[in-house]
Design a protein around this ligand. Structure first.
Ligand code: NAP
Length: 278
């Protein structure tokens, strides 16, 4: 049961814009975080139709909405509508987070890639010096590739069925980026599935697990289901495995901190996810 007081004139307002958006887990994660941190904020889902992103960004400025998460189909359109974009957003051409700064300017961030890096590094290990193989070259893959390059990965290998998209994604990691065939994943320290293959609507394996061995770590960005057939097969081969849940929580945690200035209560966010997923 929630012990939070009702919103008042001092309540900080944040939210998520998307179409569709009603299914978003973000309100549960962020509201649980506000409650655990004891701060007077609230987070709601705003249904913003395709083509209306610029109007939503204007509304953010005019209404003083302190932060917005951005989901499909607005991740590209908000970049043009923002006043300031981070270097990562400029490179990616996509943002998943808007912050209203103290001068009333809208700053566009992309927290997905840093969320991936922070989740990997949460136990003290570092991406710096690691070789990372990323399967996929879409929005999630591009964020992870860019952030791993920035975090000092020794190499970032991209495996994707469409070669042109693979080339463009690999370039985001600078000199560390390259495109490889699936067998190249056998040389990586960390293999990341950034395709939807393994979700109910896209069954199958993103990469043959027999190409991998027990010294490697396999991370599936999918978090629904938490255990994909590929992750299970990798675990059976002795690899360390992790679902996309920790990246999801850590990218939300970065947003929480950007907006509120407080440290994110990750455990409370994890508990909120578990309750929602039951
Ligand atoms: P996206 O932009 O549509 O990109 C999908 C990528 O997967 C593309 O490179 C595509 O290849 C490839 N792909 C799709 N179907 C495939 C198939 N059947 N066989 C081989 N390759 C296939 O999607 P996205 O937004 O990047 O999302 C990708 C996954 O990441 C989703 O499962 C999503 O849930 C997950 N995700 C997780 C988090 C998190 O926080 N954990 C955050 C974002 C996304 P082509 O380039 O050839 O089309």
């Amino acid at each position: 049961m929630s012990l939070r007081a009702a919103p008042d004139g001092f309540t900080g307002v944040a939210g998520v814009i998307g179409d569709p958006v009603a299914h978003s887990l973000s309100p549960s994660l962020h509201n649980a975080a506000y409650e655990a941190a004891g701060i007077n904020w609230t987070y709601v889902a705003f249904h913003v139709r395709r083509g209306q992103a610029a109007q939503a960004v204007d509304a953010m400025r005019n209404l003083g909405i302190r932060g917005l998460s951005v989901t499909m189909p607005h991740k590209e359109a908000v970049v043009d509508a923002a006043d300031i974009v981070t270097p990562a957003v400029r490179a990616l051409g996509a943002a998943n987070c808007l912050e209203l700064d103290s001068d009333g300017r809208v700053v566009a961030h992309n927290t997905d890639g840093d969320g991936f890096v922070n989740s990997y590094e949460r136990h003290g290990d570092s991406i710096a010096g690691k070789s990372v193989a990323v399967i996929g070259a879409g929005g999630a893959a591009r964020s992870v590739i860019e952030a791993c390059g920035r975090a000092g990965a020794a190499s970032v290998m991209v495996i994707n069925r469409s070669r042109d998209r693979a080339d463009s994604a690999a370039a985001l990691a600078g000199d560390a980026g390259c495109v490889v065939e699936p067998a190249g994943a056998g040389k990586a320290d960390i293999i990341v599935n950034a395709t939807p293959v393994g979700m109910a609507e896209s069954p199958g394996m993103p990469l043959d697990p027999e190409l991998l061995s027990s010294t490697q770590t396999a991370i599936d960005l999918i978090y629904y289901p938490l255990e994909t057939p590929w992750l299970n097969a990798c675990a059976r081969r002795g690899l360390n495995t992790e679902s996309g849940l920790m990246m999801l929580l850590h990218q939300a945690a970065i947003q929480f901190t950007l907006w509120t200035g407080a440290e994110a209560p990750i455990e409370a966010m994890l508990a909120a996810y578990a309750e929602k997923a039951e």
